[in-house]
Ligand binder design. Structure first.
Ligand code: NAD
Ligand code: GLY
Length: 366
């Protein structure tokens, strides 16, 4: 098992990565579970495969697993479902000192985390991430949120979990496309801050995607370490350090908006293509070489992720694509900071990017 501590004054917690953690969840959580009844929020896909595992572990330790099973998908991150979750938790008589278990991907983690943040002015929760994306990104760092008609993740809070248990076994039931979407976030840590890890990804990406346990444990652990370092330095995204995690997200957001935030392009796939575009745009600006940009594209394509906009068959202009960026929630006092590259493994925040120039660049890519 690897154990990484997210160091935050008064709110530090462990991220444990191993096989068999869900089957051992009662022992892993230990004194965090104060009562016989343990409230667990999950979705029906995850419940189908992992509910029994969790219920058995809790039952063997004298607890009773109480599940709220939601419909899967991004639509769960809504006011309506948040209200349902909060009402259920109140009916379960959850108190401030209790812990709610979030068993699922980023949707369940973000929603449960936000419910925990506001229930009785804040109670505890444990992240049990079951997608690769959730294990390497969303379960660590305390960002919780729901979506509104105005956009994704616009209502939320920073609320750190008390513990994260990333069970590698749970990834065995994950659809391959979801695995790819999570792997994009793994490669991201290499591209933005660790050239050696990027080189490891180039050599071992296929093994990770095939579910090789040793490769997965290394990939998840290194990603968690990278995220924990960044979160410890800039928990609330105020210094620019945490904003580097948005590498690929500004270009990706435009692609997601153009494809209607639909299953045509999963968020992680958009980020993957967005990172290729950020690398190519960095080369266009003379920050990195064309060879380095090609290396990023090859690593993304090698993992079976989209690396060319032309393959999406979009019917829009570069200008229309760039216009979506104006609605990006990363807009800051009229400017849109772009995460670009000084080198593979060295990202920086560029606040001087001209949207017209980005539109011209995108037109060449379409
Ligand atoms: P998700 O939670 O929707 O999971 C993807 C799909 O896989 C769903 O259909 C789910 O039911 C299914 N699934 C989950 N685990 C499974 C398993 N082990 N076996 C079989 N099926 C399984 O999506 P996601 O990609 O995990 O997360 C995306 C969400 O995360 C978005 O809402 C995004 O905004 C959020 N996010 C948050 C942060 C953060 O820092 N809080 C970071 C990145 C993304
Ligand atoms: N996923 C971006 C962040 O946690 O800051």
């Amino acid at each position: 098992m690897s154990v990484t501590r997210v160091e935050l004054a008064g709110r530090s917690y462990e991220v444990r990565v191993d096989s068999g953690l869900l089957a051992d969840v009662a022992t892993q959580c230990g004194p965090l579970l104060r009562k016989k009844a343990v409230p667990i929020i999950t979705d029906s896909n995850v419940a189908e495969h992992w509910r029994q595992e969790v219920a058995s572990s809790l039952g063997a330790a004298g607890h009773e697993a109480h599940f709220l099973v939601l419909d899967p998908g991004e639509a769960a991150k809504s006011w309506t479902v948040l209200e349902k979750v909060c009402n259920w938790l109140l009916a379960e008589e959850v108190e401030r000192g209790d812990h709610i278990l979030a068993l699922g991907g980023g949707v369940i983690g973000d929603l449960t985390g936000f419910a925990a943040a506001i229930l009785k002015r804040g109670c505890g929760f444990v992240q049990l991430p079951t997608t690769l994306l959730a294990q390497v990104d969303s379960s660590v760092g305390g960002k919780t949120a729901i979506n509104t008609r105005a956009g994704k993740n616009l209502i939320g809070s920073f609320h750190q979990p008390s513990l994260v248990l990333a069970d590698l076994d749970s990834l065995a039931t994950l659809p391959p496309r979801e695995m790819g979407a999570g792997y994009a976030e793994v490669i991201k840590y290499g591209i933005l801050g660790d050239a050696d890890f990027f080189a490891w990804c180039e050599a071992n990406g296929a093994k990770v995607m095939a579910g090789d346990k040793a490769a997965l444990e290394y990939a998840v652990t290194e990603s968690v370490k990278a995220k924990a370092r960044i979160v410890a330095e800039d928990e609330r995204e105020t210094t620019g350090k945490r904003a580097l995690l948005n590498l690929g997200h500004t270009f990706g957001h435009a692609l997601e908006a153009e494809t209607g935030f639909s299953p045509k392009l999963l968020h992680g796939e958009a980020v993957a293509l967005g990172m290729v575009l950020a690398a190519r745009y960095s080369a266009r600006k003379g920050y990195i070489s064309e060879e380095d940009a090609a290396r990023v594209a090859a690593a993304i394509a090698g993992a079976g992720l989209p690396s060319e906009i032309s393959a999406l068959g979009l019917e829009c202009s570069g200008k229309e694509l760039a216009a979506h960026m104006l609605h990006d929630k990363k807009m800051d006092a009229g400017t849109l900071p772009f995460v670009l590259l000084h080198a593979v493994g060295d990202a920086f925040l560029d606040k001087q990017v001209e949207l017209n120039d980005v539109a011209e660049f995108l037109a060449e890519q379409l």
